[in-house]
Write a protein that binds this ligand. Structure first.
Ligand SMILES: *[C@@H]1O[C@H](CO)[C@@H](O)[C@H](O)[C@H]1NC(C)=O
Ligand SMILES: *[C@@H]1O[C@H](CO)[C@@H](O)[C@H](O)[C@H]1NC(C)=O
Ligand SMILES: *[C@@H]1O[C@H](CO)[C@@H](O)[C@H](O)[C@H]1NC(C)=O
Length: 366
């Protein structure tokens, strides 16, 4: 009788330990609260996931569950571009995450994507943000290996968050993400990974130099930022895709150099070319507020949010709350110096057609 009871007890205990083990797979990554954060009801997680066996290469992620009914909302992966820029810094804290830094605190972002989805922000590849590789030859590894590492990351992330394994999954991003996003989707399809991939979305994507960059001249001219004569030069004498290409190769011709100097001179220093309706951030947040405090109207958009994010993510208490640490660098940066734009990166021409839509609100996308 006693021995029966003991066996039952052992089984019950084993069962409880088992449940605890499942629950605690991601418990270590759970964020209690970020410094200065307003009270919210959704869960947040952050931490490293190692990409190689020896744990010498690891990717950092920040994951926010949907603010209501996370179990019924899709999973969205977000990738910023650069190459070399941080999805946590730019995507989560400047663009569409739940909070934006403002002084010493975080304020709620009312256009946060986690109103419609569970959003996973990934710093990728190694060398970006908190993501690191002990062997620095794995920095700036190119698109193909980036996609492979991202796939390894996802497989391990799903092991940590098994309830999302079968969830509707979307891969989204912007700028150089125009390369990362379709290439990762393509690899997932080819690798037959068992993710429930439903679709991709790319905003302001870099796909191809000629088509992407040459719209700049018309955009600047049609917004009255450059003169007719300069527009003529910027299209006939030397266009922007030529300038970008030459700049990349480090051999700007005298003609192109003259054109870009004339264009920049006319636009001036006080126009944000990502959003010409906005002010620019003057070097530091305090300088900006000094200037703005003299104005009557308070701006609705904080143009210094990137500066504030740099300060916020470099705070030791913030890094502790995020389970982050600096490896091989002295500072967290928005965009890493290790990356250059490849001139002939692979472009995915066709991806298996899927017919799904994802509805989430968005602010202007950088
Ligand atoms: C770094 O990785 C490269 C590429 O795999 C390898 O050739 C090199 O020996 C490694 N360096 C060190 C110090 O391990
Ligand atoms: C830009 O200039 C290059 C080199 O002259 C030319 O091949 C290309 O067609 C131009 N693109 C546009 C959109 O004018
Ligand atoms: C996609 O699905 C919607 C709703 O199921 C349908 O109305 C639409 O025609 C489909 N579009 C394509 C291109 O198949």
């Amino acid at each position: 009788m006693i021995s029966h009871f003991m066996t039952d007890l052992v089984i019950i205990c084993a069962f409880i330990i088992c449940i605890t083990a499942i629950e605690s797979i991601n418990e270590a990554d759970k964020i209690a609260s970020l410094p200065g954060q307003p009270k919210v009801s959704f869960r947040q997680y952050a931490g490293f996931i190692s990409i190689d066996e020896k744990k010498d290469r690891a990717f950092f992620y920040y994951f926010v569950e949907a603010d209501t009914e996370p179990a019924s909302k899709p999973l969205v992966l977000w990738l910023n571009g650069g190459p070399g820029c941080s999805s946590v810094g730019v995507g989560a804290f400047c663009e569409h995450g739940p909070f934006k830094p403002s002084g010493n605190v975080l304020v709620k972002n009312h256009y946060s994507w986690n109103k419609g989805a569970n959003v996973l922000y990934l710093e990728s590849p190694a060398g970006v943000g908190f993501s690191y590789s002990v062997n620095k030859s794995f920095y700036s590894i190119g698109d193909e290996m980036t996609a492979q590492d991202n796939l390894i990351f996802l497989e391990k992330w799903f092991d940590k968050f098994p309830e999302f394994k079968t969830r509707e999954f979307y891969i989204t991003g912007e700028s150089y993400g125009g390369h990362y996003v379709p290439q990762l989707a393509n690899l997932i399809i080819q690798s037959k990974a068992k993710f429930n991939l439903k679709g991709i979305a790319i905003g302001n994507p870099l796909l191809e130099f000629n088509t992407d960059f040459n719209s700049k001249s018309e955009f600047l001219w049609s917004h009255g930022l450059i003169s007719d004569a300069t527009y003529e030069l910027f299209t006939k004498a030397c266009n922007y895709s030529q300038i970008r290409r030459q700049y990349q190769n480090g051999n700007l011709t005298p003609v192109c150099s003259l054109v870009i100097r004339q264009v920049s001179g006319e636009i001036g220093k006080f126009v944000d070319t990502y959003d010409v309706t906005l002010d620019v951030c003057l070097s530091t947040a305090s300088m900006q507020s000094e200037v703005l405090n003299k104005l009557k109207d308070k701006p609705k958009i904080d143009v210094c949010v990137e500066d504030e994010t740099i300060v916020y993510l470099n705070r030791k208490d913030v890094q502790k709350a995020l389970h982050a640490r600096l490896v091989g660098v002295n500072q967290w940066t928005v965009c890493s110096e290790y990356f250059i734009l490849p001139l002939s990166a692979q472009i995915i021409k066709k991806i298996k057609k899927k017919n799904h839509t994802l509805k989430i609100n968005s602010e202007t996308v950088k």
